[in-house]
Design a protein around this ligand. Structure first.
Ligand code: ME8
Length: 507
């Protein structure tokens, strides 16, 4: 079972292209695993409690519940616009979540890891995070570069300090636990400095989940939010599913929330007696003009700003092909147009157009199912298809760019194949009709394999191509080990339709 999660986002505003990035990678990877034939459970959602949301609601003259009910609609709209295929969407105001958070916190309490104390120190509402004065940069939040507040309360504390050695042992024994390695080293360094206990409740806030042993306080928002991963796995409402689904295969997160997922969360799970995630996979920020794209940013770009021009497929392709999972990446409109025209309109769009056109013109769309004669041109094409299929496994490690590089080498090879075999010349000589059938069959087969391989990334284009190829079922039906292998194109009737990716003209 491949259970994978995105962060649950704060519904303090609509999702932008940064929020959508993590969600998109998770969706493409989930689609990849489904294509392989694995059972998948992919989850996204929203983090509805806490001070930040309570304040956003107040600023808009709404109750927190009214506010989150309104914003959550924008999330669904955005994910629909981008063809996200989640198995579950969790809201932390749901009952299944409360019914999971309370028993888990109680387990931590019963384990002797919770005690009452006084907290006083800087707090960044945008991060919903406590800082020590030393962690501030020029007195400001190190992430948001905004003023922090000083919070002073009698709170319940979690004995995080007791878990440093166990965490370090776990990280050493499971090199895949935090990826990439730079983030792993960062976490090791952080733990080695010594962990402080952390406040895990709020007494001055009511918008949260009450602690079972002290209902006058609510859980600190991260202590409820992280537990969403256990709630969504069915802990309180579907124990059989939970038994199959936990521990999670991978948490996808941005680098801003690394500490929460790679330090606090595993310590909480150890305390509550649950198994640790297989992996926390961490990516960098999307930057616009060198600045982090964020909700408070003036240069904020929303998916709905881009989809009308590029389509959901063009959007998905760009962010999966041009953004490396790991480092920070700059977004540019020009780069997106260039990539779309070069790879989608030209490489793939023209290939499909050309091959389907030839098949319809020379063979009325019906090419016999002749098998590969083993000519050098076919052998090269078959080898490129095998490499592309192997490259697709990059998705298992979030290497979306490398996977797509491999798939595009197949389209490059297929375009080269059409050039080298020149069907328009073969068509002129009736003695070469048999060779023309072979060439057309191989060219169509490369499109078929291509449609399968792009289906996790561009589900719409893949389906349209599949339809034009006249094939039964869909490109995502799998299993990949069978459908992704270059063989003989069946004797079906292909048609030509509108271009898959109309060129974008730059004014
Ligand atoms: O932190 N580039 O929610 P959040 C890339 N509720 N990814 C970005 C990004 C950018 N510019 N901006 C945001 C929270 N993200 C908590 C999470 S989980 C138990 C609770 C993505 O709405 C990235 O995944 O601030 C980042 O980690 C996340 O959105 C932060 O979302």
């Amino acid at each position: 079972m491949k259970y994978l999660s995105t962060p649950i986002y704060y519904p303090n505003d609509r999702p932008h292209i940064g929020t959508a990035y993590t969600t998109l990678v998770a969706d493409a990877v989930a689609r990849y695993w489904r294509l392989v034939g694995e059972e998948v459970y992919s989850v996204t959602g929203v983090d509805e409690y806490g001070l930040k949301i309570a304040r956003a609601a107040q600023d808009h003259g709404m109750t927190p519940q009214e506010w989150v009910d309104d914003i959550v609609v924008r999330f669904h709209e955005t994910w629909d616009l981008l063809d996200m295929s989640f198995d579950d969407f969790i809201r932390t105001t749901e009952e299944r979540h409360r019914n999971t958070v309370q028993p888990l916190l109680q387990r931590m309490y019963d384990a002797g890891d919770v005690y009452k104390s006084h907290y006083e120190g800087p707090y960044c509402v945008a991060c919903e995070a406590y800082y020590t004065p030393e962690q501030l940069v020029d007195g400001l939040c190190p992430v948001h570069r905004r003023a922090v507040e000083i919070h002073a309360e009698d709170n319940w504390f979690f004995r995080l300090s007791a878990y440093g050695d166990r965490l370090l042992r776990h990280i050493a024994a499971h090199p895949e636990f935090i990826t990439p390695e730079t983030r792993r080293n960062e976490v090791i360094g952080f733990i080695q400095q010594g962990l402080d206990d952390i406040s895990m409740s709020r007494s001055s806030l009511t918008w949260g989940i009450p602690l079972p042993w002290d209902p006058s306080q609510v859980a600190y928002v991260w202590f409820d939010a992280l537990i969403n991963y256990v709630s969504a796995a069915g802990f309180s409402d579907d124990p059989d599913r939970f038994a199959r689904q936990w521990p999670i295969w991978a948490h996808l997160v941005g680098k801003d929330i690394l500490r929460f997922h790679a330090v606090y969360w595993p310590a909480m799970l150890m305390s509550a007696g649950l198994a640790l995630p297989r992996q926390v996979a961490v990516h960098g920020f999307l930057l616009v003009g060198g600045e982090k794209m964020s909700k408070s940013n003036a240069t904020q770009i929303l998916p709905s700003d881009l989809v009308p021009t590029f389509g959901s497929d063009g959007y998905r392709y760009h962010f999966l092909r041009d953004v490396s999972f790991g480092p920070d990446n700059n977004f540019s409109w020009e780069g997106m147009v260039e990539r779309y025209n070069a790879d989608l309109a030209n490489d793939l769009g023209n290939l499909a157009n050309r091959v389907l056109n030839i098949a319809v013109t020379y063979r009325q769309g019906r090419v016999p199912a002749v098998s590969d004669p083993g000519a050098p041109e076919e052998t090269a094409l078959r080898a490129a298809a095998a490499e592309a299929l192997a490259a697709l496994d990059g998705f298992a490690e979030f290497r979306t760019k490398q996977a797509l590089d491999g798939v595009w080498r197949l389209f490059g090879a297929a375009n080269g194949f059409v050039e080298a075999t020149a069907p328009w010349k073969l068509n002129k000589d009736p003695d070469l009709a048999g060779r023309l059938d072979q060439v057309l069959n191989a060219a169509l087969e490369s499109l078929r394999v291509g449609a399968v391989l792009i289906s996790p990334v561009m589900p719409r284009a893949a389906s349209r191509l599949w339809e034009m190829l006249g094939l039964p079922g869909g490109p995502g039906d799998g299993p990949l080990a069978a459908t992704g292998v270059f063989g003989t194109f069946p004797a079906v009737t292909v048609t030509k339709g509108d271009p898959l990716f109309p060129r974008i003209e730059v004014p």
